[in-house]
Design a protein around this ligand. Structure first.
Ligand SMILES: [Zn+2]
Length: 215
């Protein structure tokens, strides 16, 4: 399936998008969305057995949108609904944070989640309780085998910058891994929906709870 990119009213190539946008994190977010659409939407019209054409529309004054054309109205609506679901959840994290959106950090293999209102996040420290001072990080993994799994007292942080969420390693011996790629100490990296964060050997799953998904 083909995806086209339209920037400020003009169709552009993928390679051009990053250059023309002047904003690497937005360009990356758009590419992530395109990748997810290609990966998740394998739709064929039930009546005409045709595939849709999808254009991701980016306007520096009006934000993001999507244009779908297909063989019939019913199929257009089906595709629009699926595309909208993909891009609402992945664009929100990297490009613009909306009120009512919760960041949900789940400890893998458990039913425990830490939930934060995204708009109220400044810095969230992830680690374990400090036995010397009694200081407790915002996301305290002490009861999830943090010590045994190589999690430092102050291991990583999630920060809100440029209206997006970023993860950074606090300079730990066992490292912070974003989707199995080790982060350089204190260099923030953009977080997005579905990311897997590993601190030492302990894994966290990052998602968003987007209660008003139709807004
Ligand atoms: Zn059709």
């Amino acid at each position: 399936m083909d995806i086209q990119f339209e920037l400020n009213g003009e169709i552009v190539e993928i390679a051009e998008l990053a250059v023309r946008l002047n904003n690497p994190s937005v360009a990356q977010a758009v590419l992530n969305v395109a990748e997810q659409i290609v990966g998740e939407i394998h739709l064929e019209c039930e009546t005409h057995h045709e595939h849709p054409a999808i254009t991701l529309v980016i306007s520096e004054t009006h934000g993001f949108g999507v244009r779908v054309s297909a063989c019939c109205q019913r199929f257009v609506e089906q595709v629009q609904e699926r595309v909208r679901a993909v891009y609402t959840r992945s664009l929100q994290l990297s490009t613009g944070v909306t009120a009512g959106l919760n960041l949900v950090i789940r400890v893998a293999g458990t039913s425990k989640s830490f939930v934060f209102d995204v708009t109220r996040i400044d810095v969230l420290v992830i680690g374990r309780i400090d036995p010397d001072t009694g200081l407790r990080p915002d996301i305290d993994l002490s009861t999830f085998g943090a010590y045994e799994n190589g999690v430092s007292r102050r291991h990583a942080s999630i920060v809100l910058m440029n209206r997006g969420l970023y993860l950074l390693d606090e300079g730990t011996p066992n490292g912070t891994f974003l989707n199995e790629r080790r982060l350089k100490p204190r260099e923030p990296d953009a977080l997005k929906y579905g990311d897997r964060v590993r601190l030492g050997r302990l894994v966290l799953e990052i998602t968003l709870d987007y209660p008003a998904s139709t807004s």
